[in-house]
Structures are given as structure tokens and as C-alpha cells.
Design a protein around this ligand. Structure first.
Ligand SMILES: *Cc1c(COP(=O)(O)O)cnc(C)c1O
Length: 215
């Protein structure tokens, strides 16, 4: 994407109060720096090791989002600096994040990942687990649950994708009535972000559209 197209894209999202997270997995420090110099500060990574290396080599004011499946034994490595862990898919993981956040004398912002796709491979809580967990949040004072994240089925069927996003938006509103802290609804990637925004998303995670296809 050219700088001009990036700025137009960003303005369009800002107008709709949607936060852009640039998904930089597999992309080099140079490619990330280019976007950083255009003003992008939120970057998303899927792998702990890759995130640690990039965090070491890139500007300190980048807000790093963790968006991949996170193993509990790796939370400690990212706990000192991570800005938002979007992929909390179990209470055990939330408990571990709370513990490591406390050790680092901070709170860590997180999103609960909800399983909305009909694909087995995508992680996430189901509806009942989500609501049960939402009612337990006061047990985890150092993990600040700010909202929900979900991925739709990878499908050409736009109506199906829209129904999944709309179901997640509904759950988001339910969670808001349990905890007023529920503010962020992270849904939408390169292929489906327009449908996601049309169904209530206020944070999109975009990789290939910004950086080009991954190899
Ligand atoms: C890779 C990834 C994205 C970005 O995907 P693109 O199709 O490249 O925009 C968004 N969210 C998650 C959780 C991802 O793993």
C-alpha cells in the first residue's frame, strides 16, 4: 500500500471510530518501520518469539497487540510490555495473565476471544463459557478485560460472515451489561473488515491488505 492510500484508509476508519491494528506477523522490522513512520502505532503479532525480537528492535512507543494462540507458559515473556492481549480463550489463561501482570506491577488489557466461526481450527470461548467468565472478572484485578475478539469463517458467503459478526456484536452488548468496562469489539481482517464494521466492530486487524500477501 502507498502512503497516500494508507492515510486515506486510516482516515476512513477514524471517521467510523474504528482502531486499526496492523498485523505484522512474518513481516520484517523494515516493513513495520515504514508504517510506523506513516503514523501507525498499533501492531499485532501471533508468535511470542517473533514479538520479543521485534519489540527489542523497534521503537518503544509501538503498542504491541498479541493476537495468536497464547500458551500459558509464555505469558511471562510478554507481560512486561504487551499493550493488549486479544486472544484470551480460557479462564486459566486469564488467571496466568493476571498473575504475571501483578508480578510486573501493572494491569494488562485483554480481550476475550469468542469462537464464532464454524471451523474447528479457530480458538475461542463459546457463549456459555464467555458469560460465566464475565461474571468472574473481579477475581482477576490485574487483567483488565476491555472487550471481545472474534474471527469469522473464512468464506465467500458474505451473509454467513455478517451473521457471525452480528452474533458476536450481540454478545458484546450482553457483556457490556455485565461489565461497563466492555468497550472494544475486535473483528474484521483484510477480507472481511467492511462486513465487520457494518456489524459493530470498532477494531480491525489488518495484515495482507497493508503489507501484501504473506509467504
Ligand atoms: C493473521 C491474522 C489477521 C490478519 O489477517 P489478514 O487476512 O492478513 O488481514 C487478523 N487476525 C488474526 C487473529 C490473525 O491471525
Amino acid at each position: 500500500m502507498t502512503e497516500q492510500n494508507f492515510q486515506l484508509f486510516n482516515q476512513e476508519l477514524a471517521k467510523q471510530s474504528v482502531t486499526l491494528v496492523a498485523v505484522s506477523k512474518t513481516k520484517s522490522a523494515e516493513e513495520i518501520l515504514k508504517l510506523y513512520q506513516w503514523g501507525q502505532k498499533d501492531f499485532g503479532e501471533n508468535y511470542v518469539q517473533e514479538l520479543l525480537e521485534k519489540h527489542d528492535h523497534l521503537p518503544a512507543d509501538i503498542r504491541w497487540h498479541f493476537i495468536g494462540h497464547l500458551q500459558r507458559n509464555k505469558v511471562k515473556y510478554i507481560a512486561p510490555f504487551v499493550s493488549l492481549i486479544q486472544s484470551v480463550d480460557s479462564e486459566k489463561l486469564l488467571r496466568e495473565i493476571d498473575k504475571e501482570a501483578k508480578k510486573n506491577s501493572r494491569t494488562i488489557d485483554v480481550l476475550l476471544q469468542v469462537h464464532i466461526a464454524d471451523e474447528e481450527t479457530k480458538f475461542g470461548l463459546d457463549q456459555n463459557e464467555l458469560i460465566a467468565l464475565m461474571k468472574n472478572l473481579n477475581q482477576y484485578p490485574n487483567a483488565n478485560v476491555k472487550g471481545l475478539m472474534g474471527m469469522a469463517t473464512n468464506s465467500e458467503d458474505e451473509q454467513k460472515v455478517a451473521m457471525e459478526f452480528s452474533a458476536l456484536h450481540e454478545l458484546f452488548l450482553n457483556c457490556k451489561s455485565i461489565s461497563a468496562n466492555t468497550e472494544v469489539l475486535s473483528m474484521g481482517m483484510s477480507a472481511d473488515y467492511k462486513i465487520a464494521i457494518g456489524n459493530g466492530s470498532n477494531m480491525v486487524r489488518i495484515g495482507s491488505l497493508l503489507f501484501g500477501a504473506r509467504h
